[in-house]
Design a protein around this ligand. Structure first.
Ligand code: ATP
Length: 219
């Protein structure tokens, strides 16, 4: 059965670094990538753009890109969405034997022990780790993370197709230094963002004046 691959993120805004790793995972694993923007944090204003706006930017970014689709489920849920709950919901939809995988950047992997019920993730899905500048996977991982990952690492994409969950694959894609935090700072300072954003996303941001961006500022 085809691997179901989810790429969750704030996407505030989605940028070319996100698109590059989504496409690299799609190609390495020969599957569709489901981009899933996080919902808004309950009881406080979203830090950047709200969920509906972030999802609109994801839709603009992937328009016409084969193998990338938008999954809005975390935006439609009330209250806080934990990854473990989202994966459990997906698991119940696709059944026990369809392979399921969650794509994250290396910086997110290092923070995994802080995630709600993080050890349960491995029973629900595979992890696909995209390398990110500044987050060295080769450096020593925190002991509890290293122990949890031991015996799960694989270099073979086929291992993610032949088992439903529990393996960890390192994605070797060209490194991208693009960062949403840096892009937001550039937009609010009126600094051109160059080729970091998909053109339709950059145009939308300027049209709506998101992140303090000036209308019709240089892209
Ligand atoms: P920031 O740039 O402020 O750290 P972010 O882009 O990492 O924000 P998210 O939108 O939540 O924030 O990122 C979604 C996922 O994409 C995360 O797992 C993150 O690690 C990964 N990611 C984002 N940018 C890159 C990149 N340039 N290379 C590899 N992974 C990335």
């Amino acid at each position: 059965m085809a691997l179901h691959l989810v790429y969750g993120g704030t996407f505030d805004p989605i940028h070319n670094g996100h698109l590059a790793i989504a496409c690299a995972a799609r190609d390495a694993l020969a599957c569709t990538v489901h981009l899933m923007p996080t919902g808004d944090p309950p009881h406080r204003a979203p830090p950047g753009a709200d969920g509906a706006t972030r999802a609109t930017m994801v839709a603009l970014a992937i328009d016409g890109v084969p193998g990338l689709v938008l999954d809005r489920r975390e935006l439609e849920r009330q209250g806080r969405s934990y990854t473990v709950d989202t994966l459990a919901e997906l698991r119940s939809e696709i059944g026990p034997s369809t392979p399921l995988a969650w794509l994250v950047g290396a910086d997110s992997l290092l923070g995994l022990p802080g995630w709600h019920r993080w050890r349960d993730l491995f029973g629900l899905a595979h992890l696909v780790i995209a390398e990110r500048p500044g987050s060295a996977l080769d450096a020593e991982l925190p002991a509890e993370l290293a122990a949890a990952l031991q015996n799960r690492w694989t270099r073979e994409a086929a291992d993610l197709q032949s088992q439903p969950a529990g393996r960890v694959l390192r994605l070797h894609q060209p490194l991208s230094h693009v960062s949403a935090t840096a892009i937001r700072a550039q937009l609010s300072a009126g600094v051109p963002t160059g080729g970091q954003l998909p053109p339709a996303v950059a145009a939308f941001i300027h049209e709506k004046g998101l992140y303090g961006a000036a209308a019709r500022a240089p892209l």
